[in-house]
Design a protein around this ligand. Structure first.
Ligand code: IPE
Length: 275
């Protein structure tokens, strides 16, 4: 058995500049790809995490959830705390229904109910329900969420941190981050001379990343920083791929070579394909 964590980026599954607008066509195509991969590879144990995009982030900003409880605004913020998590639940429902339509036995688990933060990081994490779901052949679905924080009142569990936490606690061998670009670039994508990095090794992370607006949880750099210890230890391979290109999610889940960035501590054995 092989456990893989698949993170669906918020900018892939929602229109990031349009509040509460899902990219229905992308969600439905990716659901089909996941369904096919699961049928083809029976040993695959999959956990899916999705991001906030234009659902979670605008509310998190509005109520400054990521800044923790402010004594002078606590009523307003606590009101917004539930609203932020509900926005994420709406998006999550769209995704789980789309996955289920493809026959995937998806089961939602709300991160705020199984984790407690300490200074903005996951401190306590109750993974047993997830282990039990995997055991019965279900596909747990989680998402970047709000959570209670022992020191700050509350904060955000980013889907990226959650993905790494899941990889650790469930002994996953791979995390696949799906983005709306091909992978990690030497400079912000679109700028002059920006090149896709095919292989990224720990210690080589010194590249100039794209910075996105309206993102309370840190973009691509955050994903690398989160995964670095496990990747360095040789326990985890992290793949960054473009979820907008048909077929890449399926290939990545099947363990086939795919265009993207491989973040790993071992040397590449084969050249990655160029298409
Ligand atoms: C953020 O999740 C969730 C909230 C703002 C509540 P992520 O950090 O995983 O979202 P994306 O993928 O960057 O949109």
């Amino acid at each position: 058995l092989c456990t893989v964590v698949l993170k669906l980026g918020g900018s892939l599954i929602t229109w990031k500049e349009k509040p509460l607008k899902p990219r229905v066509d992308v969600i439905s195509r990716i659901s089909k790809e996941i369904g096919r991969a699961l049928r083809k590879r029976e040993t695959l144990r999959l956990v899916i995490v999705h991001g906030g995009g234009s659902y979670g982030h605008p509310y998190a900003y509005k109520y400054k959830i990521h800044e923790g409880l402010k004594p002078d605004q606590s009523k307003y913020q606590v009101y917004g705390l539930g609203q932020t998590t509900d926005a994420m639940r709406k998006l999550s429902l769209i995704i789980s229904e789309s996955l289920r339509k493809e026959g995937i036995p998806v089961f939602p688990i709300q991160a705020s109910s199984i984790s407690i933060l300490k200074d903005g990081r996951i401190d306590k994490f109750f993974q047993e329900p997830l282990e039990m779901l995997l055991k019965i052949g279900a596909v747990p679905l989680l998402w970047g969420d709000v959570a209670l924080d022992v020191n700050r009142g509350f904060g955000i569990v980013s889907g990226d941190e959650l993905s790494v936490k899941l990889a650790v606690t469930l002994n996953a061998s791979k995390i696949i981050f799906t983005l709306d670009i091909d992978g990690i670039y030497t400079k912000p994508p679109g700028t002059n001379g920006a090149q896709l990095i095919r292989y990224l090794r720990p210690g080589m992370e010194n590249v100039d990343y794209s910075v996105r607006k309206r993102d309370v949880t840190g973009g691509v750099m955050r994903k690398i920083v989160e995964a670095e210890p496990l990747v360095s230890a040789g326990k985890l391979v992290v793949l960054f791929i473009n979820g907008l290109v048909e077929g890449r999610v399926e290939k990545a889940l099947l363990g086939e070579q795919v265009v993207g960035t491989i973040y790993s501590s071992s040397s590449p054995s084969l050249e990655p394909p160029s298409r």
